[in-house]
Ligand binder design. Structure first.
Ligand code: SF4
Length: 288
């Protein structure tokens, strides 16, 4: 069955068909092309009226404003979400512990297998020094010597750190020394994010128990872990930062100084700021 429409209805139909085309509905192309685009064609014919009526009944909102043509936008790169280990955040974990002590933290660590670093370790390197220290040094993780002895900073880099501490007029027993992770990463690689996330709550508990006046982060891993930043250490090395009520300074790791002795002067400048903050005087040279 074929039906003819008045001119005004034809215009309405045409408008509506254009609208459907804009929406991506191409169902009526053939009919419209055949009836409206032919030169001299009379009033339009719709060969499938039931289809047209069905289309008229589709309750689609009519756009009020035509979408503006915009310049091509470069495709957005898909960012993979970071998968963090389940469990409380570092700060939640720490805040839940009441009446904490270093002994309790060590007992909580136990014979830890919470991250994959346990597979290659010989000894857990918990930390060493005074539980009432005003100054805490935080390193990255144990090396081979530390793994063998169960003590932090006892290898070549540790000897350099001891010299630095003594140059500040202190002894190792006056400060507290610990690491972000308590077990040695294989091949002395940097600890991986999941290992840091698993182990660092113990570090935060240690610091909360000791409540030092000053924390010195030795190297980027310690600084980035405590400050929860991805900024390079050179951007804030030697600057005083506030961290959970403590004054924090990041400086280079002694192992870096062994490879780059020229950086020792920079570290010494940083430690002099720490000395000033703690009211320390360098030891007097023995007169000969
Ligand atoms: S590095 Fe820390 S979390 Fe991982 S096994 Fe050792 S003590 Fe446990």
């Amino acid at each position: 069955m074929r039906e003819r429409f008045s001119e005004s209805l034809q215009q309405k139909i045409e408008e509506r068909l254009r609208y459907y085309e804009d929406l991506g509905i191409r169902l009526f192309y053939r009919d419209r092309g055949a009836s409206l685009n032919s030169p001299g064609a009379g009033p339009p014919e719709v060969s499938n009226l039931s289809t047209f009526r069905a289309a008229q009944e589709i309750a689609l909102p009519k756009p009020k404003i035509a979408a503006p043509k915009t310049a091509a936008v470069p495709p957005v790169e898909r960012v993979e979400p970071v998968t963090l280990p389940s469990g409380p955040s570092l700060f939640e974990a720490v805040d839940k512990v009441r009446d904490d002590t270093l002994l309790k933290i060590r007992e909580d660590i136990g014979d830890c297998t919470r991250c994959k670093l346990h597979k290659g370790r010989h000894k857990i390197v918990f930390g060493d020094g005074s539980a009432k220290a005003q100054l805490v040094f935080v390193g990255e993780g144990p090396g081979a010597d530390e793994d063998a002895q169960g003590l932090p900073f006892v290898g070549r880099a540790g000897k350099l750190l001891t010299q630095m501490i003594e140059a500040m007029g202190l002894q190792r027993k006056d400060v507290y020394i610990c690491n972000v992770v308590k077990c040695r990463p294989p091949e002395n690689r940097a600890p991986e994010p999941d290992e840091v996330a698993t182990c660092s709550p113990y570090l935060l508990r240690q610091i909360d128990v000791i409540r030092p006046k000053v924390i010195v982060c030795l190297g980027a891993v310690a600084a980035k872990t405590l400050l929860e930043t991805n900024r390079g250490i050179t951007q804030f090395r030697g600057q005083w930062l506030e961290w959970r009520g403590h004054k924090l300074m990041a400086t280079y790791h002694p192992a870096y100084l062994l490879r780059n002795p020229n950086a020792k002067g920079e570290v010494w400048k940083d430690l002099q700021k720490v000395m000033a903050e703690l009211g320390l005087q360098p030891p007097k040279k023995k007169s000969s």
